[in-house]
Design a protein around this ligand. Structure first.
Ligand SMILES: *Cc1c(COP(=O)(O)O)cnc(C)c1O
Ligand SMILES: [Zn+2]
Length: 376
């Protein structure tokens, strides 16, 4: 039986449909025996369920899957040297979130949960709605009433109910937590099963590079589910004695929302206050990453760092990379921008660098239309 433990006070809790954090308010983690078995991989299908011994034990019949995983790792030669892009936007709903969602919704199905709720006007809502549809589970997605219909188009098409909440972002979160009392809070950053899915990013990179770890991985960071997942994945490989060193993880924020950068660079012991701002990188416009201590610890553990990218750098990087065939959303281009910036600054990233391209350009037609028109 898997159990939760609190990352703040250590208290143990059974995995139950209504529990999403500790009574002390701390985020939960799973007590899990990971058994990464490279010897069993040959002959298995190229989906991330091939790593099942290293994933939470979920009854075979409860697994909700589209055959996800094994997104391409594409190599490019650039003026800053060669680099590998892992095309996470090719997952079923168009973002890396599907890794976490596949594991979380499978657990939901095993628990016999009939309905999930979450707040998201973007990729998480789309991802959860997609997998809930496959699972036959009801899905209610809470969004601020000001959210445009276009942003929730995909979520609505999957058949989820979109609940519009008057007021601020925080009011939407409160309404979701209230609804979760009689439902299931499918939060990507609170629920530890989500991270068990995102960690497969690293397993795949290791396999796709010919069973070795890269020197550096550059990833976007908001709530930290990809960064912490990637760290967990490489840590599992290291603990199994399969790799010697953890790759450096460089976590990229946008300049307007950079609490983790501030903590990291100023050695703060608490989460700084960040004003509400505007950025093109909507997917990482996060002021209060609940698991900030864990994110900072994960990055430090790898000898990596947190860096920031401006909106101008995002645009320049889109203009550089889209014509190379990489159709990504503005949020995702913070990593291509960071790669160039760090190499040009002479930072030692090692020989093998992997960038996680988190979301599809098909998600953001309005802003990309505008940028294209400005080119003329
Ligand atoms: C969610 C998301 C991110 C940020 O992930 P976090 O878990 O919040 O760090 C980055 N890019 C895209 C496309 C996303 O959907
Ligand atoms: Zn606690």
């Amino acid at each position: 039986m898997e159990e939760y433990y609190c990352t703040e006070c250590g208290e143990r809790h059974i995995v139950d449909q209504h529990r999403w954090r500790c009574d002390c308010g701390g985020p939960l983690e799973l007590a899990l025996d990971v058994d990464f078995r490279p010897d069993l991989l040959a002959g298995r299908l190229p989906t991330f369920w091939r790593y099942r011994e290293a994933l939470p034990k979920i009854a075979e019949g409860s697994i909700v899957t589209f055959g996800e995983g094994f997104t391409p790792l594409a190599k490019f030669d650039t003026a800053q040297g060669h680099v590998h892009l892992k095309l996470e936007f090719l997952l079923p709903s168009g973002s890396f979130k599907d890794r976490g969602t596949a594991v979380l919704v499978s657990k939901v199905k095993e628990l016999g949960v009939r309905e999930i709720v979450m707040d998201s006007s973007g990729n998480l809502g789309a991802s959860m709605a997609c997998y809930a549809a496959k699972a036959g589970v009801r899905c209610r997605v809470f969004v601020p009433a000001s959210t445009s219909k276009g942003k929730t188009l995909q979520t609505r098409w999957y058949g989820a109910e979109v609940v519009e909440v008057q007021g601020t972002r925080d009011d939407t979160t409160q309404a979701t937590i209230e609804a979760a009392k009689s439902s299931f809070y499918a939060s990507h950053y609170w629920n530890p099963y989500f991270f068990q899915g995102t960690k497969t990013f690293s397993y795949e990179v290791w396999e796709q590079l010919g069973r070795r770890a890269p020197d550096t991985v550059i990833l976007p960071v908001g709530m930290g589910t990809l960064v912490m997942g990637a760290h967990k994945g490489f840590l599992d490989l290291q603990k199994a004695g399969i790799i010697d060193n953890l790759p450096k993880i460089i976590a990229v924020q946008c300049e307007q929302f950079a609490p983790l950068y501030e903590i990291f660079s100023k050695n703060l012991n608490e989460l700084p206050w960040v004003p509400e701002g505007k950025t093109m990188a909507e997917g990482i416009a996060i002021r209060t990453p609940s698991r900030w201590k864990e994110i900072v610890a994960a990055v430090r553990d790898t000898g990596g760092s947190v860096v920031t990218i401006s909106d101008d750098e995002i645009v320049a990087s889109l203009r550089e990379w889209m014509p190379r065939g990489v159709y990504m959303e503005p949020t995702s281009s913070v990593v291509t921008a960071a790669f160039r910036k760090l190499r040009e600054a002479g930072m030692d990233l090692g020989k093998t660098v992997v960038l996680g391209i988190s979301g599809s350009g098909l998600k953001t037609p309005e802003v990309l239309t505008k940028l294209l028109e400005e080119t003329k």
